[in-house]
Design a protein around this ligand. Structure first.
Ligand code: TGC
Length: 383
């Protein structure tokens, strides 16, 4: 593929170096066990510190042990990790783009010093508790509350689909208060905090998503994130995570395309490799065109982000396109693999199943269509 799409020609040397490092990590540390991990529903927590040592956690943030890398470098790392499995890109997103970004953007100096260096090193894990069981698309309707009690805050409610919550050290929790939505840093050992992994997933099986309950969880007054007021707080973090998905989903797409090209060269039907037939070549060409367009769009958004010019509507274009096209590429790859395509001999069904989660979290296709509809027309069609 590199011979047709010379992506490196558009990248700086340090960006290529980040991509190679991430590809080596994915190849050596994730891929050898991922099919079995997916089968066994196993999240290999021992890799967390290795991801930290590689500099991937919160790598786009400055200071506090973070690498201070550019947006394109971060995107390339997301692409390479998701080429192995969406679960590991999701881990890096939840830790770096959501939990660490929330503390970095909105926290006090003391909060940053307490949590960020350990999170960057992979010694501490964070989670981001926004979505609720009654529906994730409309965070404005959240029912989790935080009320003042003396100098403390007391949190009650429940969240669902919270990545990493059962292994996290700290939860960034968004709750309704008398002054609107606010964010709180809740150490997960606090009495009343319970996280239960959701067990019956047929997607993202090599990662952890949880139901979380807050039963009169009491935290001190300084647990609040002072810099976030209203929903723009969590949405500012979702922008970061969605940007990572724009790149990451193209990694899953590349892995499926690779599998299909390889199979087309070796599988013989009617006396010749299927890759020598026009129908298969047409499919591969169409898949490749969408992959290259998706990566070029991600690169364009990355350059905008590095200039501080990236808007939420532009991120919606990328998230919608990357995941939608990655799913179509995975489906088409499966047809080229024939019956073997439904087995774990190939990564395609695993990517396809994972991408259904990616399509839903961080804003469904429909949410991003409506964000774009609003940006194009000036008219709000959410309600
Ligand atoms: P709306 O009136 O549009 O905005 C409310 C306030 O938020 C601001 N805002 C944004 N700020 C920054 N970035 C964005 N992308 C923003 N979008 C909106 C807006 O300016 C306003 O600020 P202010 O200061 O005027 O109050 O809010 P709305 O309620 O109409 O929202 C519209 C909508 C549908 C776009 C929004 O609700 C939305 O994006 N919904 C989807 C939510 C979503 O993506 N949920 C998935 C969460 S995934 C997750 O939590 C982690 S998954 C990973 C894991 O844990 O494993």
């Amino acid at each position: 593929m590199d011979a047709v799409f010379d992506l490196d020609d558009l990248l700086e040397a340090d960006e290529i170096a980040w991509a190679r490092k991430a590809r080596a990590f994915a190849t050596n540390r994730i891929l050898p066990a991922i099919e079995q991990d997916f089968e066994d529903k196993r999240f290999r927590v021992e890799l967390v510190a290795e991801l930290g040592a590689a500099g991937f956690l919160g790598m786009h943030l400055d200071g506090y042990g973070c690498a201070g890398a550019g947006a394109v470098s971060y995107g390339l790392v997301c692409l390479e990790l998701e080429a192995a499995d969406s679960g590991w890109r999701t881990f890096v997103s939840v830790q770096g783009s959501l939990a660490m970004s929330a503390i970095h953007k909105y926290g006090t100096e003391e909060q940053k010093q307490r949590w960020l260096p350990g999170m960057a090193a992979g010694e501490l894990v964070g989670c981001f508790a926004l979505t609720e069981p009654t529906g994730g698309s409309d965070p404005a309707s959240m029912k989790t509350t935080a009320r003042r009690d003396g100098d403390d805050w007391v949190l009650d409610g429940s969240k669902r689909w919270i990545g990493l919550a059962s292994i996290a050290d700290v939860a960034v929790v968004w709750a309704e208060t008398s002054e609107g939505v606010r964010g709180f840093l809740v150490p997960t050992g606090t009495p009343g905090f319970t996280a239960t992994p959701i067990d019956n997933k047929l997607s993202m099986r090599a990662s952890i998503q949880c139901d979380v309950e807050f039963d009169a969880v009491r935290v001190p007054g300084d647990a609040i994130l002072p810099g976030a007021r209203g929903l723009s707080g969590p949405f500012g973090c979702l922008n970061e995570a969605r940007f990572g998905i724009v790149w990451g989903a193209m990694g899953a797409a590349r892995s499926c395309l690779d599998a299909a090209i390889g199979r087309s060269q070796t599988r013989e039907v009617f006396g010749k490799p299927i890759g020598a037939t026009q129908l298969i070549q047409a499919k591969l060409a169409d898949m490749f065109v969408e992959y290259e367009k998706g990566v070029l769009l991600a690169l364009h958004l990355g350059r905008l982000k590095e200039r501080g010019a990236l808007t939420p509507a532009q991120i919606s274009v990328g998230k919608l396109n990357s995941v939608r096209e990655a799913i179509l590429i995975a489906r088409e790859a499966r047809t080229i693999l024939g019956g073997d395509g439904i087995t774990s001999e190939f990564p395609v069904m695993r990517h396809m199943a994972n991408l259904e989660s990616v399509r839903t979290y961080e804003g469904t296709d429909e949410i991003h269509q409506l964000v774009l509809g609003r940006a194009l027309t000036g008219l709000n069609a959410f309600a």
